[in-house]
Design a protein around this ligand. Structure first.
Ligand SMILES: Nc1ncnc2c1ncn2[C@@H]1O[C@H](COP(=O)(O)OP(=O)(O)OP(=O)(O)O)[C@@H](O)[C@H]1O
Ligand SMILES: [Mg+2]
Length: 396
């Protein structure tokens, strides 16, 4: 088929031509905004899921809904060791300008701008934000130096500005597993404050299953403020639709057995579906696409996945970390016990503890249960076995 017309989107965060299987979350988000705008309360959500299941795409779809409902929506990807204070200040500035252009700011919006000045002087004096308006910082607001207190002041001021202008503000945070505990706690405390005041401001997050561990009060607030829905691979019928409908829209069909083979190989994982669909499209010479072609494309698909999706995940790992991952792969795709992995490497779990922790910190592994670790990247075991030998130096 004409590669110029190829409808598939195997790229991080790229909106697929058919966003299937996420209606429940999309509706939930719309309800959340409508209820907050009406002065009600509603639990927000933090979406978790493995790599490549469509979290970023979903946040993008949320943003579109927010804009359609005339909310201010600002997005950020959390990075490890990022400057959180400065990031929040920048986002708040953007949100405030979306709430209303400067020339139309009323009292509450001006106050939020003053609060933002204080906040940014407190948390990022270097990158002090220029709002381009002559508004001084306010004394006693967002200037205590305590992130919890000052972020709460800032969110309340921003929420009040939004309410004054009959709109709302939603923060969309991607890769929330990289938030530090104190940052996550501050966000939770700030949102708790705005919920108490029924302000139209909220935060929706997405990230790996490894959400920062909260303790005590912060934990119980988090459980009241958020639901934690998991998104995963698409069930077989939805996966088949994600594969076939973009082609159908261009007059190309899949033989049922051909679609089935793609669904089986990909196990319904959205990224793999897009990569497989794209490859098959480029190779196909006729419609309907037949099962033999699908099977003949496996190697090409794997080469592409290995060179992009998997490789970027495996980058920035040390030799020992790679060996750890390879040993896990030897045991299979399921969650594995530290002691079993250690046995494969002929070491003790204690010796390998730091390696395992670093892999969790880097987002390559997560801990689904006590003493267990699993890959955050679907089918990573197959990738490791294809590309790395268990005993380096001895060829496979
Ligand atoms: N519901 C869906 N139906 C079909 N394809 C989808 C769907 N959601 C996402 N995709 C496709 O899956 C791929 C991965 O999406 P996305 O980047 O949002 O995943 P992610 O969960 O954010 O991954 P990561 O954890 O690596 O950031 C993209 O190529 C996207 O086009
Ligand atoms: Mg993503």
């Amino acid at each position: 088929m004409d590669p110029r017309l190829n409808p598939y989107t195997p790229n991080a965060g790229a909106r697929p031509p058919a966003l299937v299987g996420r209606d429940h979350q999309l509706l939930g988000f719309e309800v959340l905004l409508e209820r907050l705008r009406g002065g009600g309360t509603e639990q927000s959500m933090i979406i978790t899921g493995l790599r490549g299941v469509g979290k970023t795409v979903l946040l993008g779809a949320f943003r579109e809904i927010a804009l359609k409902l005339r909310w201010a929506a600002v997005e950020a990807e959390i990075t490890r060791h990022g400057d959180f204070g400065e990031r929040i200040a920048q986002l708040t500035r953007r949100a405030l300008l979306q709430v209303a252009p400067r020339s139309r700011w009323r009292e509450r919006a001006r106050r939020a701008a003053a609060c933002l000045q204080s906040f940014s002087l407190t948390f990022s004096p270097e990158g002090a934000i220029s709002l381009g308006v002559d508004i001084d910082a306010v004394e006693g607001l967002a200037d205590s130096g305590s992130l919890v207190e000052d972020l709460s002041d800032l969110f309340v001021a921003l929420g009040e500005a939004a309410r004054e202008h009959e709109t709302g503000v939603v923060f969309l945070f991607d890769e929330v597993q990289f938030l530090e505990v104190r940052e996550f706690e501050a966000l939770i405390a700030a949102l708790h404050r705005t919920v108490q005041r029924s302000l139209p401001i909220t935060m929706v997050g997405a990230g790996l299953p490894q959400i920062p561990r909260l303790a005590g009060e912060a934990k119980s607030y988090a459980e009241r403020l958020f639901t934690f829905p998991t998104i995963g691979p698409l069930p077989a019928p939805a996966a088949a639709e994600a594969l076939t409908s973009p082609a159908a829209a261009l007059g190309v069909s899949f033989a049922p057995e051909a679609a089935q083979r793609v669904v089986d190989y990909t196990q319904g994982y959205p990224y793999f579906l897009q990569e497989y669909g794209k490859t098959v499209w480029d190779q196909a010479e006729a419609s309907p696409i037949d099962p033999q072609l699908v099977t003949a494309c496996v190697e090409l698909v794997e080469a592409k996945l290995d060179g992009s999706f998997f490789r970027v995940r495996a980058e920035r790992t040390t030799e020992l970390e790679l060996r750890y991952l390879r040993a896990m792969a030897e045991l299979g795709s399921e969650p594995q016990r530290a002691s079993d992995v250690a046995r494969v490497l002929r070491r003790t779990s204690n010796q390998l503890g730091p390696t395992r922790s670093r892999l969790i910190e880097k987002g390559l592994l997560y801990t689904p249960g006590f003493g267990l670790a699993a890959f955050t990247v679907p089918q990573f075991d197959r990738y490791m076995i294809r590309n790395h030998s268990l005993r380096p130096g001895i060829s496979r």
